[in-house]
Design a protein around this ligand. Structure first.
Ligand code: ISE
Length: 341
């Protein structure tokens, strides 16, 4: 699809929950060369309420209505993951580009069906919303790895801490909702597939959801043998923290820590901790959406693709299997189609 330079890309936001509403705000106030043309949510009142914030925006309660009305050039899909497969297959069929919030789908079998449908369509229409790849620190660390100035990358250490667990939180969500980002980060930093995943649990906080083992310790091995470990702590109470330390042959590079204002007041000194991922990664989301808009206008994508969504879903499945007995579990992958070479 080629959009003429004088026209804005018409974007429909499908799913008007927290992330969907955040994308409507971003597209309206901070994104160039695009506008929200429609909001879709199964809750028609919610869709209308979010659409009302942007004059001239239509609202629909169903994706088919949007497609019939031809009210969008592209879609941001922000519904829960279990609804993604059906929506993505319909969007591929309609030839509409889509930025799909993670996960691509909740399991590798359905993710592979989406990959196969895109391969059959013959072009990349799906970008997956792994927004950390657009974070300045992540990009700088990737450059340091590629430049090789500090020698070979030897290990990665990740800490991922959420303030609280939402109602209904489960052990599976620790991996599928949160560690999935670390799987993508390790693949992004190393450029390699992950070959095995091991999840171990030790002491559990008394401040989380009953029945959920938290924190969890995840050891990831890539195809060349690099080891990465993750402390995933979902009810950490302290705010939202995402840090990575990369150990090289001749040094260590840390991202996520420091760089913020050092504030001294009322007998204490230190740095503020972000309340959640929407603020911690606000700039990354902005860059992600702007790059996606600009690539979409020329018929391209600008970031992680459906294959990345499939590969991380396979890692999650191995993580869930490892949660059962704590042992390492291999990550089997289908052959990578030429479309994703
Ligand atoms: C949440 O769903 C996200 O996607 C955040 O980026 C992640 O940091 C958090 O752990 C998840 O719960």
């Amino acid at each position: 699809m080629l959009i003429s330079p004088s026209q804005d890309l018409r974007v429909a936001v499908v799913g008007a929950g927290r992330m969907g509403a955040d994308h409507v705000d971003r597209l309206t106030h901070r994104t160039q060369r695009a506008r929200v043309s429609a909001v879709v949510d199964i809750d028609a009142a919610r869709a209308a309420q979010v659409a009302a914030a942007v004059p001239g925006t239509e609202s629909f309660s169903d994706l088919d209505q949007l497609l019939e009305a031809e009210a969008a050039d592209a879609v941001i899909l922000a519904t829960p993951g279990f609804l993604h497969e059906g929506a993505l297959l319909r969007l591929l069929d309609a030839g509409l580009p889509v930025l799909c919030e993670k996960p691509l789908t909740p399991d590798p079998a359905s993710a592979l069906r989406v990959v196969q449908a895109e391969v059959a369509a013959g072009r990349k229409l799906i970008q997956v919303g792994f927004m950390r790849r657009f974070d300045a620190g992540y990009r700088q660390l990737k450059q340091v790895i590629e430049a090789g100035e500090l020698g070979e990358l030897l290990m990665l250490h990740h800490q991922h801490r959420n303030p609280h667990t939402p109602p209904g939180f489960t052990n599976e969500m620790v991996i599928n909702d949160s560690v999935v980002h670390e799987f993508d980060a390790v693949r992004f930093f190393t450029g390699e597939e992950i070959s095995s995943v091991q999840v171990r649990v030790g002491r559990t906080t008394s401040l989380g959801t009953s029945g959920v083992q938290d924190p969890q310790h995840v050891v990831i091995q890539t195809s060349s043998g690099l080891l990465a470990d993750v402390e995933m702590f979902c009810a950490a109470q302290l705010g939202y923290q995402v840090n990575t330390q990369a150990t090289f042959e001749r040094g260590v590079v840390a991202i996520g820590e420091g760089g913020e204002l050092q504030i001294t007041t009322a007998g204490r000194t230190g740095q503020a901790v972000d309340p959640g991922f929407v603020t911690r990664f606000r700039e990354a989301y902005d860059v992600e959406v702007q790059d996606w808009v600009d690539a979409t206008r020329t018929g391209d994508i600008a970031g992680p693709c459906a294959w990345d969504g499939y590969a991380t879903a396979a890692c999650c499945e191995a993580g869930l299997a490892s949660q059962q007995d704590g042992g390492p579990v291999d990550v089997p992958l289908a052959d990578r189609p030429a479309l994703y070479a």
